[in-house]
Structure formats: structure tokens, C-alpha cells
Write a protein of this length. Structure first.
Length: 239
């Protein structure tokens, strides 16, 4: 008889964060579904909580960690300011990481939108219920999650999730656009992936960039496209 497989997803909590223990056996897409289900079942315990996250039991890339955190946010309603290295994922360290993240996040509200001033560094997660303008850079390994649009007045090299409530009529704009991943509602595009050319629209690829210029990413017919910002492009976008 084969041994009984241990629980694929186990959540350990403390006052400042969660350690998510993952089984090594399932493939990543199966694990992603299991994480979504686990946090959906636990949402009454976590809804609205602001918690640091650490992973253990399985090697995950930064991209995979971000995808799993996005599932937690979507299914449990939690807020995740930072991802902590599991080797130091003690309550005191999580507390320090949370306090550092909050201290560095200068967020102000203006009407229906928000402004964030500063650089988002690797492991930091900025979440907003409305559109947000970031006055700074989004570094590799950092994540922005918004139910509205995101405008980066700086360099975007991290991961962006807009239309988090399912609205695909949202967009991402940046002065310099080179993201690890963009997700608009249920549509995902990674740095080197993307559909073939369609009419005059194209997904940005590194080799196509001759010089930095403001770019905008949006959904058209189920695909994510990134183009230079022009009056014609802005007029064509549904928001």
C-alpha cells in the first residue's frame, strides 16, 4: 500500500502573518487550485486581515509566489504587504517586516484614486481597492494589485494585477514598461510571452524596444497588448 499523502496545503498563523506549508507532489497548477480552495474555505477567519506571507515545504520561483499570493487575495480578501523568507518567518520578524512595509508606504487618497510615493522593492505587495498612481519604480519581485487601473510614473519591472474584481476594462500605464507579469482581470501575459501581431497592435517584447517611452497595457479580444501611449490608443480603450 502506498502512503497516504499529507495535506497539500497547511496554513500556520501568528498575529502578524501566515506560513503556508505546501506539498511537493502536485504540479503547480493543481497546487494553485488547492491554495485557492483552502483560502476560500478559510476566508471567514482572514477577511480584511493584513498579513505577511511565507512559504515552506516547496521551492517556488518569485513568479509562482506572486501567483499564489494573488489567489489568497482574491479568495480570502486578505491584504499582503510583504512576502517573508521562510528561514526567518518568526512572529517577531513578520512584525518587523510589516512595520517596515507600512512605514515605507506613503499612500494618500484623492477623490476616487490613490497615490503611492516611493519605490516598491522585491517582496513588497501594494494592494488597492481603487485605481492607483505610483510615484516611483516597481522593482522586480514587487507586486501591485488593484481593482482599478495602475499608472506607474517610473519604471515598471515587477508584477501588476489590475481589474482584480474581474473588470477587464482596466489598464496599466508606465513611463518605462518591462514587467515580469501583467494580469488584467483573468488575462495573464508574462515578459517574453504573448500573442502574435494583430492588426497594428503588438505585445511588447524586449527586442522591440529601441528607446524607453510611456506604454499602456490593455485587453482586446481576450489578449493583452502593450503599446506606446498616443491619443488614438487612449481613444480606443474602453474604461
Amino acid at each position: 500500500m502506498g502512503r497516504v499523502m499529507e495535506q497539500p496545503v497547511v496554513i500556520k498563523s501568528n498575529k502578524y502573518g501566515l506560513t503556508v506549508c505546501l506539498n511537493n507532489e502536485p504540479d503547480f497548477e493543481t497546487l494553485r487550485s488547492l491554495v485557492a480552495k483552502k483560502f476560500e474555505e478559510s476566508k471567514k477567519f482572514f477577511k480584511g486581515a493584513e498579513l505577511a506571507i511565507a512559504f515552506e515545504g516547496r521551492e517556488l520561483s518569485q513568479d509562482e509566489q506572486i501567483i499564489l499570493v494573488q489567489e489568497m487575495i482574491a479568495h480570502a480578501g486578505i491584504k499582503v504587504p510583504c512576502i517573508v523568507d521562510v528561514d526567518v518567518a518568526k512572529e517577531a520578524v513578520m512584525k518587523q517586516a510589516m512595520e517596515h512595509t507600512k512605514a515605507s508606504a506613503e499612500v494618500s487618497e484623492n477623490g476616487d484614486g490613490k497615490f503611492y510615493k516611493g519605490t516598491l522593492r522585491s517582496g513588497q505587495v501594494l494592494e488597492s481597492e481603487s485605481s492607483i498612481v505610483i510615484l516611483g519604480d516597481v522593482n522586480p519581485g514587487a507586486t501591485v494589485v488593484s481593482k482599478g487601473n495602475v499608472v506607474v510614473l517610473g519604471t515598471l519591472k515587477g508584477s501588476i494585477y489590475v481589474g482584480a474584481g474581474g473588470n477587464e476594462n482596466t489598464f496599466v500605464a508606465a513611463l518605462s514598461m518591462d514587467p515580469m507579469q501583467i494580469r488584467i482581470a483573468d488575462h495573464i501575459a508574462r515578459n517574453s510571452d504573448g500573442p502574435e501581431k494583430k492588426d497594428k497592435k503588438k505585445l511588447l517584447k524586449k527586442k522591440d524596444k529601441q528607446e524607453e517611452q510611456p506604454m499602456i497595457a490593455y485587453v482586446d479580444a481576450g489578449n493583452i497588448y502593450i503599446e506606446p501611449i498616443t491619443k488614438e490608443v487612449l481613444a480606443d480603450i474602453n474604461i
